[in-house]
Structures are given as C-alpha cells and as structure tokens.
Design a protein around this ligand. Structure first.
Ligand code: SF4
Length: 359
C-alpha cells in the first residue's frame, strides 16, 4: 500500500503550508527544493518553511503536492504527480448512513478548502482531481467557490465529484450548466424501488430527493456517473434498475456497477452484504445486456477480471486507486494482471470471491 501521509519534521510553530516538490532546480516560489539527502531522510527548502521527509526516495515524491502540517509533523500527499488517483477528502460529515460505506461519517468538519485550492493550482497539467467525503455538498457554497476559483486559474483541470445527490436545488442550475464540461458527478443509486434505496442509505425520503436532483442535473446537461454497489440486498433487482435507468435517466454518461470495499461499514456489514459475483454473474449479465441493448454505457468497477465471465470482461475497469490496490500471490503468473484491477488492500481471501483463477 502506498502511504498518503509521510513522516515529516518541521518547525512546529509554523502554520500548515502547501508546496510542490521540485522536479529540478525551479524558480517557482511554490516549489520546495531538495537540499539534503541521507539514507531514509530528505531535506527540503521552501519559502513557506524548511522541512524533512522520512523513508521516501526523491524520485517517489518528485512533482508531488504536499500539505505539510508542522503541528502533527506529517506531510499529506494531496497530489501524487505519477498517479491518476488523486482525491481531496472535502469532509467526513454525511447525512446518510449507507450500509456499505467505506468512509463512515464523523460529526466534525475541518475546512481545508484553502489548502485544496493551493494544491489544485500546483497540480500537473490536465489533472483530474477527485472530490469526495462524507458528503461534499454539505459544504456546497465553499465547494462551488473552490471549484470556480480552481478552474479560473487552471482551466486544464477537471473534477470528479462523489455526492449522494441530496443537496441540489433549482437555483444551482446556472452554476451546473456553466461548469458542466469540467465536472463528472458520481452519484449512487441502489434500487429503483424507493424503500430499498432508502433502507440501504439509511435515510427516509432519500430516493425522492435523489430523483429530483437527477432531473435537475439532466436539465443542466451535467455529466453523471451513476454508481451501484452490488449486494445481496439489491442484486436481484439489478435488471429492474437497468430498465429504470435506461427509461428515466438516459442522459447519464455511464452506469458503474461496483463491488464492495471491505472497510468502514463495508467491513462491519460484509457478511450480510457481500455478493459473490464470481459464483453467480447472471443478474449482472442480464443488467449489462439490457443497458447495451438500449445503447447506454455501463461499466464494472472493482471486479477482478477472473471473477467476470469472458464475454463481460471488456466492461471491467481498472478502477481501484493505485494506493490501495493489491494482488494476491495467485496473481503473480496471471496473463491478465496488467489489465486487472486486482483487490482492495483490505480484501480478505477467506471471506471473498470463491472463484479466483489465474488465466
Ligand atoms: S488471478 Fe489475479 S490478476 Fe489474474 S484476473 Fe484474477 S485477480 Fe486478476
């Protein structure tokens, strides 16, 4: 697993600051220059303050954008230059309690938008940055302002925003329209039956609110990635959900059918929720066939390739972020490995897929 937090040393009286690790000698005031290298210790100089990083090689952090926190003596890797999987955690607050949630909500919110804005300004050219939570739109005004300012400075950036779709209002239409070419909204829908969706997200009335939000987004021409985690509770309804999406949300950019992540509430509820799609792909196959017949895009996220019948493997994306991705010992000789998403770091073989077969 790639650590997103590095042990750091810095004058503890300094305020937190954002810097980019210079690739080479740089005149950019935002860049930190390497001035000292010892085994397991690097020293950097920056206008915000000097600092050290432990247990990392210069090449591993070159071009990365760090938030150095002198009080905690930690450097957060907000953007890893070599990765396509950079996400800002906007908040840990949420107004839903989803049964499979990988990031269970916390009541406290720490406003990090100023740091995120500084980091976005230093991102590699053309970067797509993920914005997640919790529920980012609980802080909608600050979020919209952050996106607007970021794009004002860097119109090469795009954002992929995960939201539960509970907080859009009619007044948001002009803003959504104005920024639609730069934003992809990842929005979960677990069933077309309101009571089933509401039960899975732990919030009465959530489906109705979601439906209104999706209508607004359709009006705005927003790009939508519908997301459905497949579980024992909703797998039998997948074909019905596919039919619903193709009839009522045909403007969605794609529909991602996802496997569970065994962490957070997902770990707590694993035994009653995990659906072993390696043993039974019938419902998934029917749902995919229906989407394809209606000419709507569909994808499989977090499915190891050998758990998917060959005819459907082309839908399986390498979706697991590199920092939390792993492969099993059995994968070492597999010819599909370079195309396979593998497993989450916290996946456990003894309670996971029954059919893992190197190809
Ligand atoms: S054996 Fe491993 S690498 Fe090969 S398809 Fe299965 S999960 Fe992927």
């Amino acid at each position: 697993m790639i650590s997103l937090r590095l042990k750091s040393e810095c004058d503890p009286s300094l305020a937190p600051f954002v810097v980019r690790i210079a690739n080479e000698v740089s005149q950019d005031a935002s860049d930190a220059q390497l001035i000292m290298e010892e085994p397991n210790l690097l020293g950097f100089q920056s206008v915000c303050g000097d600092f050290h990083l432990h247990n990392v090689a210069p090449a591993d952090v070159a071009g990365d954008v760090l938030l150095v926190d002198p009080r905690r003596q930690i450097a957060h890797r907000l953007i890893r230059a070599a990765s396509q999987h950079n996400t800002f955690l906007i908040t840990e607050q949420c107004d839903q309690l989803c049964v499979m949630c990988s990031q269970p909500p916390k009541p406290h919110h720490e406003d990090m938008f100023a740091h995120f804005l500084a980091a976005a300004r230093l991102a590699p050219v053309g970067a797509r940055i993920g914005l997640s939570g919790g529920e980012p739109l609980l802080h909608k005004k600050q979020l919209f302002d952050f996106i607007e300012e970021s794009l004002g400075d860097r119109d090469d950036l795009t954002f992929h925003i995960l939201t539960n779709g509970q907080h859009f209002e009619h007044d948001d239409l002009p803003w959504l329209r104005a920024h639609r070419s730069k934003l992809l909204w990842g929005i979960p829908i677990y069933s077309e039956i309101p009571s089933v969706h509401d039960d899975l997200v732990g919030k009465s009335g959530a489906f109705d609110k979601l439906s209104n939000s999706l209508s607004l987004m359709g009006l705005a021409g927003a790009a939508i990635e519908l997301r459905t985690v497949v579980m024992t509770q909703n797998v039998a309804g997948l074909a019905g959900l596919a039919d619903f999406i193709s009839r009522h949300i045909p403007f969605a950019t794609t529909w991602a059918i996802m496997q569970m992540e065994r962490i957070g509430y997902g770990r707590m509820n694993w035994d009653r929720c995990f659906f072993d799609s390696s043993a039974d792909f019938n419902e998934l196959g029917t749902a995919i066939d229906l989407m394809q017949a209606r000419n709507q895009d569909v994808a499989l996220y977090n499915f190891p390739l050998c758990t998917v019948p060959p005819a459907y493997r082309r839908y399986a994306a390498r979706s697991i972020s590199d920092w939390k991705q792993k492969y099993l010992p059995a994968c070492a000789e597999c010819q599909l490995r370079s195309d396979c998403t593998g497993f989450f770091e916290w996946y456990r073989e003894d309670s996971g897929f029954t059919e893992i077969r190197p190809q």
